[in-house]
Design a protein around this ligand. Structure first.
Ligand SMILES: Nc1ncnc2c1ncn2[C@@H]1O[C@H](COP(=O)(O)OP(=O)(O)OP(=O)(O)O)[C@@H](O)[C@H]1O
Ligand SMILES: [Mg+2]
Length: 311
């Protein structure tokens, strides 16, 4: 039976700053030139990119968007306190090894068996870092996202430094496993502590700031396309005013998007004082912040943000 080849979706080369902006845009990620330049250089120089910024400014999403744009697999290592090699690189599959020993015993081969019979690659549980070194074998190197590195312990950071220098891991029982093509690496940090200079030196660095009102407006239109422009503008204006306020936790882009979506589902097409009061919990997540803003302050902010109806 003759078959016409399915057209494969084209994967852009991402060989210029413009092509990155465009490819990200197609995936609803609004990327300004300075960030696109950092991504471009990371790809071109084969260096990890360390992204720092407040919560919810689009660090994690950038890695996902990059993987999608490259047609590459995304491998994510979420960091936390106590993260160790067993969880990050590899672990022996003990139950499977035990089973193998039982089988060898049952076949009467246990006495002739040696370590290789139970310490082979098939008994390894591959954790994200090892996966990232091995999965480049099928062509496109994966995007390795090492998310929230500031939450991991410093010893882990030192270990990571080694992996990011050589893109290889040594498993004593098997040998050294080296990536054919090194993965594209994105590290993120919320800066709860400083990342060490040694690790920073390996990376290109970019600070993602809260977006300008114009950029955030574009993000809302991209992510909540049903939102009328007026509502999008008002929501962004109000959130920007909130970011200047003295709050326990100022809203990130995620909250702006949630708010726009929430307002839409309530059928609100514009912001009024009443609507703000009723929905503040979507944007502010601390009771004291909500209490501070609700009421008169909300109305003042609406006026300052240039929202006509004070309601
Ligand atoms: N430039 C952008 N374009 C489109 N959407 C964006 C952009 N930046 C952020 N977002 C959206 O905002 C939300 C938060 O982004 P993300 O989770 O990447 O933030 P983060 O910086 O990783 O935050 P955290 O530090 O809390 O993990 C996501 O829903 C994401 O889609
Ligand atoms: Mg994140």
């Amino acid at each position: 039976m003759s078959q016409t080849a399915e057209p494969t979706p084209t994967v852009p080369a991402l060989d210029s700053i413009e092509s990155i902006i465009e490819a990200f845009r197609e995936r609803d990620y609004v990327c300004d030139r300075s960030l696109a330049t950092a991504v471009f250089l990371g790809l071109r120089l084969g260096r990890p990119l360390l992204l720092e910024g407040e919560a919810g400014v689009g660090k994690t999403e950038l890695a996902k968007t990059l993987a999608a744009s490259l047609g590459a697999k995304l491998i994510r290592l979420q960091c936390y306190e106590g993260l160790d090699v067993n969880a990050a690189v590899y672990e022996w599959n003990y139950p499977r090894q035990m089973l193998e020993i039982r089988l060898l015993e049952a076949r009467g081969e246990a006495s002739r068996a040696n370590a290789h019979d139970i310490f082979g690659p098939e008994f390894l549980i591959r954790r994200p870092l090892l996966q990232a070194l091995e999965s480049s074998a099928d062509g496109i190197p994966p995007v390795l996202l090492i998310d929230e590195i500031d939450r991991a312990d410093e010893e882990f950071e030192a270990y990571l430094l080694e992996i990011l220098s050589d893109f290889q891991v040594t498993v004593p029982e098997i040998g050294t496993i080296k990536a054919d093509k090194p993965p594209r690496v994105i590290l993120t940090s919320n800066r709860t502590r400083e990342v060490h200079d040694a690790l920073k030196r390996r990376c290109l660095y970019h600070w993602i700031d809260y977006p300008t009102a114009q950029k955030e407006f574009e993000i809302v239109l991209a992510r909540v396309p049903e939102a009328p422009e007026r509502l999008a503008r008002e929501v962004v204006g109000f959130v920007h005013r909130l970011r200047e306020a003295d709050l326990t936790k100022v809203p990130g882009i995620a909250e702006t998007l949630d708010w726009a979506a929430a307002l839409l589902s309530l059928g609100s097409r514009e912001l009024t004082g009443e609507v703000v009061d009723e929905t503040l919990g979507v944007v502010l997540k601390y009771e004291e912040d909500i209490r501070r803003i609700r009421g008169d302050t909300a109305r003042t902010y609406l006026a300052e943000a240039g929202v006509a109806a004070g309601g």
